[in-house]
Design a protein around this ligand. Structure first.
Ligand code: SF4
Length: 306
């Protein structure tokens, strides 16, 4: 069931997930389209997430946006979600929910910057932008990085600071899948009123639209985006995985079949969360009953082939 409407206010709105926004020429969503988007959200009872470009919007846009409950996503601190492009340890965040878009190489080389950001943010979500080019050597280094991060986070927790980072701490509190669910629970409207599974589908091919406003989405085979039609994912317990259907399609040509890269990255994170849990559980009352079992694979596909 749809729950969220993501509104790209401009073609140059901030990318906030795995895919880069290739557009550099501004094209602001016309006011009547914005109005249509808000009407659609109201009729369907959807929460609205606005994604901003890097310039100030005219006053009439601000008034219309402020007329509904919403979440702001932009390259600006002090909003609901602040997107950082790259590891900037000096970014002036102050209690923000932060999305850091970075490559695995940059992340691995900047653990101190990440720790600094974690100590000043409410929640940090790291999104890797090089998932399509992950080699086995890089995956091995990423696993080592997560071990270092896990030790740092354990130290912070033991000294009374409880950081929140999607790579490690989200999984501690999850008892079921908490995926992106683009196209199933959320849909994205582009500045011209056309609808897409998510911004990545819009960035990649504008003709890949799933409908337009005011009619709403009309998805053939939309069930394939759902967890219950993803035979590998529905057996998995890497509950923090984004289960990105855009990455799936890029890596396997099927929206409901994950590529090895996404599964191994998510399992390295899951296993680091498990080690963190073992380390901190004695000291953290509310985690006493939580458990993440030990497994001997990094890609659930291997268990299906056995
Ligand atoms: S780790 Fe792989 S199988 Fe598990 S939810 Fe993520 S994409 Fe699906």
């Amino acid at each position: 069931m749809l729950k969220y409407l993501v509104v790209l206010l401009d073609r140059t709105s901030a990318a906030f997930c795995h895919a880069d926004n290739p557009y550099s020429v501004r094209e602001l969503m016309p006011l009547p389209v914005l109005q249509e988007a808000l009407l659609f959200a109201m009729k369907e009872n959807l929460s609205v997430q606005f994604v901003y470009p890097d310039y100030e919007l005219p006053d009439e846009y601000v008034s219309m946006i402020d007329s509904v409950d919403h979440i702001d996503i932009r390259h600006v601190v002090g909003g609901d979600v602040c997107v950082l492009d790259g590891m900037d340890g000096d970014a002036e965040i102050d209690g923000d929910n932060v999305v850091i878009r970075t490559t695995s190489v940059e992340l691995i080389d900047n653990l101190p910057s990440l720790i600094g950001l974690m100590s000043r943010a409410t929640h940090v979500a790291v999104v890797l932008t090089d998932m399509l080019s992950m080699s086995d050597e890089r995956l091995g280094r990423y696993g080592e990085f997560l071990s270092d991060l896990e030790r740092e986070v354990a130290g912070m927790i033991q000294s009374g600071v409880v950081p929140q980072i999607n790579l490690l701490t989200d999984r501690l509190f999850l008892a079921e899948m908490n995926n992106c669910n683009a196209g199933w629970e959320s849909v994205t409207v582009a500045p011209d009123g056309r609808l897409y599974v998510c911004p990545a589908f819009y960035y990649e091919d504008e003709s890949d639209s799933i409908g337009r406003l005011p009619a709403g989405p009309d998805m053939r085979n939309g069930r394939l985006l759902r967890l219950d039609h993803a035979p590998i994912c529905r057996r998995c317990d890497a509950f923090q995985c984004r289960r990105c259907v855009w990455l799936n399609r890029k890596l396997t040509l099927e929206v409901n079949t994950p590529g090895r890269e996404q599964c191994v990255v998510s399992h390295l994170e899951r296993n680091a969360s498990r080690r963190l849990l073992e380390r901190i559980r004695p000291a953290v009352d509310f985690l006493r009953d939580n458990d993440i079992c030990e497994i001997d694979y990094l890609d659930p596909f291997e268990t299906i082939r056995l």
